[in-house]
Ligand binder design. Structure first.
Ligand code: AMP
Ligand code: ZN
Ligand code: FE
Ligand code: FE
Length: 282
């Protein structure tokens, strides 16, 4: 039987709303065989997910790294890297530290304009890597915005919006080198997700492939059919593998766990290429 493989999910270790324990349980309940935990810029959820792993579920330990190229933000999925490799670990720590300062700054800007959100509230919502969804939830709790999605509008904390503050992001080629240097495998997350802001051109993806990128996340809720077809053709041309994943965030987003899946061939290639840590089996 074909294994059901979801290679991109978030837990309370970043901006998801499901604990690592509940995430692996839910994954098995809905019939997944392989789940990757890919919290933003952190491996903090790995241990809990590993210890709660139900029988029959395989866990791919990963992270989603905040990157930039030519002023455009992009996300890099990193799989099965060695979390102790010092160069990459130091950069993840810097990314998280920067997120903390910028989140505090966004709260200050909101307070200065009379909106009653407090840093304590945001901190209480953020168990791990802090992100804009935590601020969005605080805004929602105060009735300042009607939904998390509304908080991402330009009037609020949407990218380059009124109360938005930028964060540290790694040059994407440097990030690919750090991931592969730590024995990991790098996949470009939602490369064509244009509703989040500008996306990079094919020439940047070609450059990323040169730097050691392994694949493109093609089947993603933020890609339409045309974008998927284009990415699939580009992946074939550049000899990259393709993946499909939910990017599940619990109740922070509407997408369901297992909404998109990765082929066994792509998954097997990722596992074969990785030398950092092993896939864990429950
Ligand atoms: P940050 O990493 O703190 O800059 O926040 C960006 C994160 O917020 C993304 O990685 C998404 O997970 C999430 N996000 C972006 N846009 C939305 C949206 N419209 N609704 C809910 N979550 C979003
Ligand atoms: Zn997120
Ligand atoms: Fe992302
Ligand atoms: Fe994500």
């Amino acid at each position: 039987m074909t294994r059901r493989i979801d290679l991109h999910t978030h837990s309370t270790a970043s901006d998801g709303t499901t604990t690592p324990t509940d995430l692996v349980r839910q994954a098995r309940e809905i019939g997944l065989d392989v789940l990757a935990l890919t919290d933003h810029d952190t491996t903090a959820g790995w241990a809990e997910a590993a210890s709660a792993l139900p029988p029959g579920l395989s866990l791919v330990r990963g992270a989603e790294i905040s990157c930039i190229r030519d002023g455009i933000s992009l996300h890099l999925l990193a799989y099965l890297f060695d979390p102790a490799e010092p160069a990459f670990a130091a950069q993840r720590a810097s990314l998280r530290a920067s997120r903390l300062g910028r989140a505090q700054r966004m709260v200050e800007l909101l307070c200065a304009d009379g909106f009653a959100v407090t840093w304590e509230e945001v901190q209480a919502l953020a168990d791990g890597t802090v992100g804009r969804p935590h601020i969005a939830r605080a805004l929602m709790a105060h009735g300042i915005v009607a939904s998390i999605d509304a908080a991402f509008a330009p009037e609020w904390i949407g990218t380059h919006g009124r109360y938005w503050v930028g964060k540290l992001e790694l040059d994407v080629v440097t990030a690919i080198e750090l991931v592969t240097g730590a024995g990991g495998v790098a996949v470009f997350a939602h490369p064509a997700a244009s509703k989040r802001g500008r996306t990079v051109g094919d020439e940047v993806i070609a450059e990323m492939a040169q730097a050691g990128l392994a694949g493109l996340e093609v089947d993603h809720v933020d890609h339409d059919e045309q974008e998927r077809a284009h990415l699939r053709a580009l992946a074939a041309e550049l000899h990259l593998l393709t993946t499909g994943s939910s990017d599940f965030h619990g109740t922070s987003k509407t997408v369901q766990l297992g909404a998109h899946l990765t082929s066994e061939a792509s998954y097997d290639e990722i596992v074969t290429r990785a030398t950092g840590v092993d896939v864990l089996t429950g």
